[in-house]
Design a protein around this ligand. Structure first.
Ligand code: ATP
Length: 294
């Protein structure tokens, strides 16, 4: 049986709004999500020995059943009654715990890879439903491209591709707890909600400047106060000509969108020379959807 080798795309949030809290502690969200070309590489191979084994190039990342990639494989095996085993090789390039859905994109790729490897012919909706059980960002990572995500992130409305642009991503060397950020949001008085509907309309019109002018992330109300480095990187990107700069997800990564290659490259080089960001990457939107794997 062949092995399946897939790139797993990171995402940024062009907007993130919290519109409610659920009894189970999850939040109702409205987000405009965008896949980017920053990616990990996942290879899934069949093995005679049953079960899931894996290895990864990052020594500090668990390569056991707790890894989201392994959990995704185990879920497919259980759900579809697969008795053979698989070996997953995970080559990480997306920074971990960065607000870029690295783990979610790995899990999504493994769901797609298992579908192909074992000829399961599960429709994309089924893969998204299985992904939701493992993490709220996984359904979008299965679909990819540009989308409005609602519910906990699983109700997806595809949007037209974002016009081509350069996306500069910088992660400061800090750890931000997603749980703590959501908890603190409830005690924050000054919350600036994005106009998600207007941004969706701008995305429908393929209006890059409009999309950028309507970016907003409620979680910045918490993180920018706690971590001034996030504000510093945002301001720097803006001074360097970004159409917008904003934190992705619950952070700490910050992205800047540029319609000018030279300005984007100069900003990348300056950030890479400085001390505020431990990871800097200049990338582009990724707009091919997962239908190609169905
Ligand atoms: P999100 O944007 O979806 O909140 P994130 O980018 O902030 O995600 P991840 O990189 O997915 O965060 O990692 C979150 C946690 O998940 C880490 O603490 C990490 O140990 C764990 N984890 C499990 N599997 C993976 C994986 N394959 N890649 C990265 N992290 C993983």
């Amino acid at each position: 049986m062949r092995r399946i080798n897939l790139r797993t795309m990171a995402k940024i949030n062009l907007s993130l709004d919290v519109v409610g809290t659920r009894p189970d502690g999850y939040h109702d969200l409205r987000m405009v999500m965008q896949s980017v070309r920053l990616s990990d590489q996942v290879t899934v191979s069949p093995t005679r020995a049953p079960g899931v084994r894996m290895k990864t190039n990052l020594r500090y990342l668990p390569a056991d059943q707790t890894n989201l990639a392994a959990r995704a494989a185990a879920l497919v095996m259980e759900e579809c009654g697969i008795r053979d085993g698989v070996f997953i090789n995970l080559e990480k390039h997306i920074p971990v715990a960065a607000g870029l859905a690295g783990g979610s994109s790995d899990a999504a790729a493994v769901l797609v890879a298992m579908n192909l490897l074992f000829g399961l012919r599960l429709p994309q909706e089924k893969l998204r439903e299985m992904g939701k059980r493992l993490g709220a960002d996984i359904p979008f990572c299965v679909m990819r491209g540009t989308a409005l995500a609602e519910g906990i992130g699983e109700i997806l409305t595809p949007l037209p591709a974002l016009p081509d642009c350069r996306i500069l991503i910088a992660k400061p060397d800090i750890h931000v707890s997603t749980k703590a950020v959501f908890e603190a949001l409830h005690m924050t008085a000054d919350i600036r909600h994005p106009d998600t509907d207007a941004q969706v309309q701008a995305a429908q019109n393929r209006d890059l400047a409009g999309v950028c002018s309507l970016c907003g992330n409620v979680l910045e109300s918490v993180t920018e106060v706690r971590y001034p480095v996030i504000s510093r990187i945002k301001s720097f990107m803006q001074q360097q000509g970004a159409l917008v700069s904003m934190m992705s997800g619950s952070g700490p990564s910050v992205f800047g969108i540029y319609d000018d290659d030279r300005k984007a490259e100069a900003a990348r080089d300056a950030l890479a020379r400085g001390t505020d960001a431990s990871f800097v990457c200049l990338t582009r939107p990724y707009n091919r959807r997962t239908e190609i794997y169905d």
